[in-house]
Design a protein. Structure first.
Length: 260
């Protein structure tokens, strides 16, 4: 894996951003300010978690951290790999890449892993904050591990969907639009279907809504949720299965698609 030339090419391309230095500094500054504000409110404003607020405050700020990271994942991941293949097509370098000695799996894995790096870096910036909440009783160690396992599944699923759309379409704009359509279907679409199925019976909780990110977050953060285990198992088996199928489909049809 470490010798994969596509991976290193993509990583170097990430570092050599086309944006000017002032733009990169501005974007980095906004992200840094956002992350630092989380630490400020948790440690300074609340006088700490474990101080006057105690475990209850720690729990509240743990949930805030979970929701913030979930929102970042679901908003950014659909666009992470949307230009991974379309950019090659637009620059007319796709055919050269396809007919190298690299296997389809090596090319796709290299592009996929390189696009995961920015999101991993963002989550890493939140990690000390989450550990701080954990240390003061905001969550159990098992919750901490499950939470980051869920985040990993989401990132892999959404980035694979994004890569698939980039492979399936010839323009980056179309790939991005279709990636966010998947997000729309999982959030708004499942909610509308659930509302239709449970009309007049609001206490029902059908398996359709278990794929909804908001419902999954409720199961993740509410220890009293009676169906948390069912929701987590079904949703993430579905996400992992979908990601595996899309990746298999890209590998299977890789060269045929390239010359169509």
């Amino acid at each position: 894996m470490m010798e994969n030339p596509v991976l290193w090419k993509e990583l170097k391309a990430r570092l050599r951003s086309r944006q000017t230095a002032p733009v990169r500094v501005a974007v980095g500054g906004v992200v840094l300010l956002f992350v630092l504000s989380c630490y400020y409110f948790a440690i300074i404003y609340f006088g700490g978690i474990g101080g006057n607020g105690g475990t209850e405050t720690a729990r509240q700020w743990w949930e805030v951290g979970v929701w913030l990271q979930a929102i970042v994942i679901w908003l950014l991941c659909p666009a992470l790999a949307a230009n991974a293949v379309t950019q090659e097509k637009e620059q007319q370098t796709w055919e050269m890449l396809v007919f190298t000695l690299l296997s389809p799996a090596e090319i796709l894995v290299g592009k996929l892993i390189a696009r995961l790096v920015p999101m991993v870096a963002i989550l890493a910036s939140f990690l000390p904050y989450m550990v701080y909440c954990l240390a003061y009783g905001g969550a159990k160690v098992s919750e901490f591990l499950v939470t980051y396992a869920v985040f990993a599944i989401w990132i892999v699923f959404l980035t694979t969907v994004s890569l698939f759309m980039s492979w399936a379409f010839r323009r980056t704009a179309a790939a991005i639009a279709m990636s966010y359509m998947v997000l729309f279907a999982l959030t708004i679409g499942t909610g509308l279907i659930e509302a239709t199925l449970t009309a007049g019976q609001p206490d029902l909780d059908s398996p359709i809504i278990w794929l909804n990110p908001v419902r999954i977050l409720k199961a993740l953060t509410d220890p009293m949720d009676p169906r948390a285990t069912q929701v987590m198992l079904m949703s993430h088996m579905t996400y992992l299965g979908a990601a595996a199928f899309l990746f298999w489909r890209m590998v299977r049809r890789f060269r045929a698609f390239a010359i169509e």
